[in-house]
Ligand binder design. Structure first.
Ligand code: HSE
Length: 460
């Protein structure tokens, strides 16, 4: 059978890895796919670099549209990134009847609905295993391996740069700025690390996983996103003393416990501060630093590695671990998509695996919950005056707001010191209620600095 012809748009780190892996494992991949997968055309503005990677094995052009216009090309692999030209090229490739493989999480998290609709209308596949957690086959696991399950929640370390920074902060007692500098010096963090350290990259990936786990549209705009820039070394230390590690987690969770409040119905009846929520359910979608018990496997994922925990009703908890970035790990996912398309492209489009795991006509409109309606436990650090009655006032405010305390730790004051750190772990509560309590505690004259609040998840 004649080879399936692939055109690469961009041959940087992932593109060159894809070329090398396909060449090196060509024979095994052919035996799996049923025919040869050949990169026959590459578009890159740096044609000299592209030629140095592919030699004479593929035609090199500077114009990506020349690849899309080539009738011999069956699959277009988009490795340009971003929402700009990449979006236009993906939509043009679909319109030209090409299948598309992309590692572009930003594009899919923001414009996925438009792209998948265009692909379905044209009967082509858009495959994106490389977009989430690099080499870990988490899309395959969520979409196919766990298809028997009602998925309850997904929680992942899905950004290697921030996990590296947090690991360095913990292991070496560094503050955030010093750990970031180290990550940049070692090539883990980009010169402009904003997308990573502000949690945006992780939120793109969590958004995609949320859509697949629960059969809802991709809705990046509704994700709650907090990065690690405000995290202090002191909190990492206190968390450790209490048996927790702090990880930047992407979390998406099904919530079936929401009951319409009296006289309310539907999502419009939601009230963040009271935590009363209308409608039959909702989905939490959030990225933020999170305390995780040290004994959980995911708490021990260090350095730039990624890991995703998925909890399904039948299977229980499963864990997926591996490299979330890098040339060949990401290429591993791109090539897997190429093999999938090679096997499936002749199948009736209705019989292929749906892009977002659920049939397009069976997608749910379950709302993404506002952060005030999210339920978690909390770590609080208060700098307080060390005098009689302070702890009682604070615990009183928590009690008044129906927030139950799980543990309290107070740093021993030094000789002559008249203030101390008070650390409180709470049980689960609605975030809106915690916000109310925080405002009341912050207003106390004996609370001497902004209260640090970090969410905590048991992941049990
Ligand atoms: N910058 C990402 C990370 C990899 O640090 O994990 C690509 O999404």
């Amino acid at each position: 059978m004649k080879p399936i012809q692939v055109g690469l748009l961009g041959i940087g780190t992932v593109g060159s890895g894809t070329f090398k892996v396909l060449q090196r494992n060509q024979e095994e991949i052919r035996r799996r796919a049923g025919r040869e997968i050949r990169i026959s055309m590459v578009a890159d503005l740096d044609t000299a670099r592209a030629r140095s990677v592919v030699g004479g094995a593929a035609e090199v052009v500077s114009d990506a549209r020349a690849v899309i216009a080539n009738p011999e090309i069956d699959i277009v692999v988009e490795l340009i990134g971003g929402y700009g030209i990449a979006k236009a090229l993906v939509l043009e490739a679909i319109a030209a009847g090409k299948h598309v493989v992309t590692a572009n999480k930003a594009l899919l998290a923001v414009h996925g609905s438009e792209i998948f609709a265009a692909a379905s209308a044209k009967g082509v596949i858009v495959a994106f295993e490389a977009a989430v957690a690099g080499g870990i086959p988490i899309i395959k696991a969520l979409r196919e391996g766990l298809t028997a399950n009602r998925i309850e929640w997904v929680a992942g370390i899905i950004n290697g740069t921030t996990n590296f920074i947090l690991s360095e902060m913990r292991a070496k007692g560094l503050d955030f700025a010093a750990a970031l500098k180290q990550a940049q010096a070692l090539g883990y963090a980009e010169a402009d690390p904003t997308f990573d350290i502000e949690g945006i990259d992780a939120a793109h990936k969590a958004t995609i996983m949320s859509a697949i786990a629960f059969g809802i549209p991709v809705q990046f705009a509704k994700a709650h996103v907090e990065g690690i820039t405000a995290l202090q070394a002191a909190d990492i230390r206190y968390a450790e003393q209490l048996g927790y590690r702090i990880k930047l987690l992407g979390i998406t969770k099904r919530r079936d416990d929401l009951k319409p409040a009296a006289g309310e119905s539907g999502a419009s009846g939601r009230s963040g501060a009271s935590g009363a929520s209308g409608g039959a359910g909702g989905i939490e979608l959030r990225v933020h630093p999170t305390l995780v018990p040290t004994q959980r496997l995911i708490a021990n994922v260090e350095g730039a590695m990624n890991a995703v925990v998925v909890h399904g009703d039948a299977v229980g908890t499963t864990l997926y671990y591996g490299k979330g970035a890098g040339s060949e790990p990401t290429a591993s996912a791109v090539v897997a998509d190429l093999v999938d398309i090679t096997r499936l492209h002749t199948a009736d489009p209705d019989h292929r695996v749906p892009h977002l795991a659920f049939q397009p006509g069976s997608m749910a409109d379950t709302p993404i919950l506002p952060i005030a309606d999210v339920v978690t436990a909390f770590y609080l650090r208060l700098v307080v005056a060390d005098k009689a009655g302070v702890l009682a006032r604070i615990t009183g405010i928590l009690a008044d707001n129906d927030i139950s305390i799980d543990a309290v730790l107070q740093r021993e004051s030094a000789e002559g010191e008249n203030q101390t750190d008070l650390i409180i772990l709470t049980h689960d509560t609605v975030e809106g209620r915690m916000n109310q309590a925080l405002a009341q505690m912050q207003a106390l004259p004996t609370v001497l600095a902004p209260i640090v609040r970090i969410r905590k998840e048991e992941l049990s």
